[in-house]
Design a protein around this ligand. Structure first.
Ligand code: ADE
Ligand code: ZN
Length: 332
């Protein structure tokens, strides 16, 4: 049995495996410029975040109907459950779909068909977090929040993703204020490729409760001190950092030093279909390449539930934390 964990940094569009991409392309008569799954996998060699995003947005063309989004989420939840994920807070990128003529309702209702039955079918509780694309305008983000208003009973929070450098958090002050006024939780990608100042700005200007990635925070000792003091969770994605060349190799990842510094780190998969692994694979990889002890792995799992947006079900959080405390690691 794998270590129970919550996944807090997962883009549902980033779970589109080549096999499902080709299946949906055929179902929707959408041409793909790749001969087959292997040819597509060959394209998974990224130089940086932007080179990944180009492929990520290109492949979204196959997602058109509620059933497509349902199938996508269903496949993720089955995989996640098999790797010990007990709770998943799932990002989606509505602007990337609205721009192709796919409506907000198609995306949210389609995802919800799978999420709504997930506890029963997979034993995985879920939350949905709507992300704004930071390389789109602030006005577009506001219009997206407006389009989401009929679906707010299904949406727990807002996030900020896509190309980071040159798009600082402050650009989205107004939409984050509006989201907060609607009772939505707030997170944002910061410090993935962007500088530590973006992390500070996400906290100060957007009022985020968690920082997605936050890796480059380690370059600013005063920021680290603040993140430790305020117990701000960071949703790290080690295999993603390797594939997007944010770190040279996994062995160079600062996760052990970050834990030693007292940062509240969690380990997540980001875009598992593209980066070589789901949540459990990320845990296995950091255990292997960074030599994390069982107690460190247990800390990461505990942090994931503590940092999750389960304030509306503290009983469930307590049950998950008890599972983590009682977990026995299999003999190596
Ligand atoms: N969208 C999907 N994955 C992302 C990542 N790792 N960083 C920023 N935006 C993303
Ligand atoms: Zn991400």
């Amino acid at each position: 049995m794998p270590l129970p964990k919550a996944e807090l940094h997962l883009h549902i569009e980033g779970t589109l495996e080549p096999e499902l991409a080709f299946e949906l392309a055929a179902r929707n008569s959408v041409p793909l410029p790749y001969a087959d799954e292997d040819a597509l996998r060959e394209a998974y060699r990224f130089a940086d975040l932007q080179s990944f995003l180009n492929l990520y947005y290109e492949l979204m063309a196959v997602l058109r109907t509620e059933r497509d989004f349902e199938d996508l989420a269903e496949a993720y939840l089955a995989r996640a459950a098999a790797q010990g994920v007990r709770h998943a807070e799932i990002f989606f990128d509505p602007q990337a779909h609205l721009a192709r003529g796919v409506e907000m309702g198609t995306v949210v209702e389609g995802l919800w068909r799978a999420l709504g039955r997930s506890r029963e079918r997979h034993g995985v509780s879920t939350r949905l977090i709507m992300c704004f694309l930071r390389d789109e305008s602030a006005e577009s983000a506001l219009a997206t929040l407006d389009a989401a208003k009929p679906y707010l009973d299904r949406i727990t929070g807002v996030g900020l993703d896509s190309a980071e450098v040159g798009h600082p958090p402050a650009k989205f002050r107004e939409v984050y204020e509006a989201a907060a006024a609607l009772g939505l939780r707030r997170v944002a990608h910061a410090g993935e490729e962007g500088p530590p100042e973006y992390v500070t700005e996400a906290l100060d200007v957007l009022g985020v409760e968690r920082v997605d990635h936050g890796l480059r925070s380690v370059e600013d000792p005063a920021l680290v001190e603040r993140l430790v003091r305020d117990r701000v969770p960071l949703t790290l994605c080690p295999l993603s950092n390797v594939r997007l060349r944010t770190v040279d190799t996994l062995a160079d990842h600062p996760l052990p030093a970050m834990l030693d510094a007292g940062l509240m780190c969690t380990v997540n998969s980001d875009d598992p279909a593209y980066f070589g692994g789901y949540a459990g694979d990320n845990f296995d990889a950091v255990r292997r390449d960074l030599g994390l002890t069982e107690e460190r792995l247990r800390e990461l799992a505990r942090n994931s539930f503590l940092a999750s947006f389960l304030e509306d079900d503290e009983e469930l959080r307590a049950r998950y934390l008890a599972e983590v405390a009682a977990y026995t690691f299999p003999a190596a």
